[in-house]
Design a protein around this ligand. Structure first.
Ligand code: 2NL
Length: 329
């Protein structure tokens, strides 16, 4: 209908008389309504009404296709006019931070490994020294696939690292970014899905000193060379010993503020030496090989880098938020 055209006023008037005039098509069909069977009257009436509206709209379109002096608008296109601008999108902040992390570890010889988001119990839990009924599984409650009780949405990308270790090619130096799931109550600090980067290095004679130096290099590249680190002893079933790593607060420089809860330090990742049982589960000789592993939430790093106060902003697709990263490509 939008393309309907009348060449001049006369054509427009001829259209009006033919369809909408007192002796026009619409009126004459109306006159026929009395001959329609009572049980068909409603349907016929509706059809006629639609037809009437259609012709009226067409008439309105035809008259607007004429200029004020009654001639058709020119069809000529002015090719010297600028084109319609194409709005340029921007990268998602999570994707920006993920690439930065990956490229820093790339410099140290880590390569990216990926795997499925729907996992089986072995790769997500049991191989990682989290046997059934282990209390630490409670911390990683997740979503199960009803067709098969053995299938679940992965709670960490460690499952990808198990798959890589099972391939039996050593030494191994990988970084595993990707989406993971947890059955959490959604808040400003937690969601039922988030993104993670885990790293794993397995070779002969890998030590905790290697772990510290690697992570120190990472934070200096990521946050600048003034940043300090500290390790606190922790517990993960898949590493022994285990630690949590803090960085000096980027907001107050260690003086104490809201971001660091007045401590001067902010936790950014968990890490440790791969538990010998995990190596054995993947048929790796734990007397010959040792390794370190670490894991961090990308949302958490992005919140610190960009001072985002609510992690739900990363998954709500609000353009007012996303547009602020337009220049950050
Ligand atoms: C965290 C803590 C961590 C690992 C992840 C890992 C993977 C394998 C073996 C041993 Cl295959 N460990 N990953 C180790 C320590 C901590 O993540 O808070 N992540 C968000």
């Amino acid at each position: 209908m939008k393309t309907a055209k009348a060449a001049n006023k006369e054509e427009l008037e001829a259209f009006r008389i033919k369809y909408l005039g007192t002796k026009g098509v619409v009126k004459s069909i109306m006159g026929e309504m009395k001959n329609v069977a009572p049980d068909k009257k409603k349907e016929a009436g509706q059809l006629l009404n639609e037809f009437k509206i259609f012709t009226e709209e067409l008439y309105a379109n035809l008259s607007s296709s004429l200029t004020d002096n009654g001639t058709a608008h020119s069809e000529e296109i002015d090719t010297s006019l600028p084109g319609d601008p194409l709005p340029l999108g921007s990268r998602h902040p999570i994707s920006i931070v993920q690439s930065r992390i990956v490229s820093i570890f790339h410099k140290l010889g880590f390569s990216v490994a990926e795997g499925p988001e729907i996992e089986d119990d072995w790769h997500n839990f049991t191989a990682l020294n989290l046997p059934e009924n282990h209390p630490a599984r409670d911390m990683q409650d997740t979503f199960y696939i009803s067709q098969n009780p053995d299938w679940l949405l992965r709670t960490h990308t460690s499952s990808v690292q198990i798959r890589e270790m099972e391939k039996g090619i050593l030494p191994l130096r990988i970084i595993c970014p990707g989406r993971v799931y947890r059955n959490e109550t959604i808040s400003a600090r937690a969601h039922c899905f988030f993104n993670q980067v885990e790293g794993l290095y397995i070779a002969e004679n890998v030590s905790f000193a290697d772990l510290k130096q690697t992570l120190y290099f990472f934070v200096q590249e990521m946050f600048g060379d003034k940043v300090k680190i500290r390790f606190r002893p922790s517990y993960f079933p898949f590493t022994e010993p285990s630690a949590e790593m803090d960085i000096s607060c980027l907001i107050c420089g260690g003086e104490g503020c809201n971001v660091c809860k007045k401590t001067g330090w902010v936790e950014i990742l968990g890490c440790g030496m791969v538990h010998p049982k995990v190596l054995e589960n993947c048929n790796i000789d734990s007397n010959k090989y040792t390794g370190f592993a670490f894991g961090m939430g990308i949302e958490r790093i992005a919140m610190l880098s960009y001072q985002v106060k609510d992690l739900r902003l990363f998954s709500e697709n609000d353009l007012r938020f996303l547009k602020q990263f337009q220049a950050a490509i």
